[in-house]
Unconditional design. Structure first.
Length: 278
């Protein structure tokens, strides 16, 4: 990244989202700023290059000053990290991650998609876009180049549990690197909430139940959340195939939110009580 701004941004800032570089997604899907879903269909088969995504992010007004907290979650950071990884290793980020993370962790059903279609049995993916798509649209076939390194992996709940169990047990990266991953800062997530974020790890403290580490992610029509307790004795991975089901102007709680909160309370806590009530 040229200029004074580029000299101030470190690799850690890209990893923990304190770079101040804004997310490219609102600019890759410009109709969203007009509360229109048109861009989702326009981009269904579009192949974005990392350079395009990075340019979209860097051309937008900065989200914050480099290093400032709270940070602002940005998928542009992942596009930059992918290009940096390719430059350092001499191979694509997808190839490097596949060899050194996916295969090392023994993930049998996890891979980057090789096109807009998912191979093998899989669920449909339905996007409601907060009521703008009614009925929800099926986006099961979609080119994931708009978010490949941020949320483009195809996986299973079993593989997610296996990955986080091995990561947090120090079997994918060393203990020193894992300690760095757990150094958190406040970050404003894409939904506007403030979370504790390390280097690719989200920290969630559940009163009476312990500290959990993991991540969530969403694409058009699908979402995933995976959490593992620090002692490794509790894990939860959940996938949904209807995304943004809430009505934007409806203040009432959606039954899906109630069900997910109840499930989380039962899965994360020994007595099943936490998170089960608002």
């Amino acid at each position: 990244m040229p200029g004074e701004r580029g000299r101030r941004i470190t690799v850690r800032m890209l990893l923990n989202h304190t770079s101040g570089i804004p997310d490219h997604i609102p600019h890759a899907f410009p109709s969203l700023q007009e509360r229109s879903p048109r861009s989702l269909d326009d981009n269904r088969f579009r192949e974005f290059s990392p350079a395009e995504l990075i340019e979209l992010g860097l051309s937008a007004p900065p989200a914050a000053e480099p290093g400032a907290t709270p940070g602002v979650y940005s998928n542009t950071n992942y596009a930059l990290l992918g290009e940096l990884l390719a430059k350092v290793t001499g191979t694509t980020a997808q190839e490097y991650i596949t060899r050194n993370v996916i295969e090392r962790a023994g993930l049998k059903h996890t891979a980057f998609p090789a096109g807009p279609r998912i191979k093998g049995p899989h669920s449909k993916q339905y996007e409601a876009l907060f009521g703008l798509l009614d009925p929800p649209h099926d986006y099961s076939v979609y080119n994931m180049s708009w978010v490949t390194l941020g949320a483009g992996l195809v996986s299973t709940m079993e593989d997610l549990n296996r990955f986080y169990a091995r990561l947090l047990d120090g079997r994918i990266v060393g203990r020193a690197a894992l300690a760095q991953m757990r150094r958190t800062v406040p970050v404003i997530a894409l939904d506007g909430s403030t979370i504790e974020y390390g280097l690719g790890l989200h920290k969630l403290t559940v009163p009476g139940c312990g500290t959990f580490w993991g991540h969530d992610g969403t694409v058009w029509g699908a979402g995933t959340l995976s959490l593992t307790r620090s002692d490794g004795r509790r894990q939860m991975s959940v996938a949904v195939n209807l995304a943004r089901w809430q009505q934007a102007e409806d203040g009432s709680e959606h039954p899906i939110d109630v069900a997910l909160r109840t499930l989380s309370g039962q899965a994360l806590c020994d007595d099943g009580s936490a998170l089960s009530t608002p």
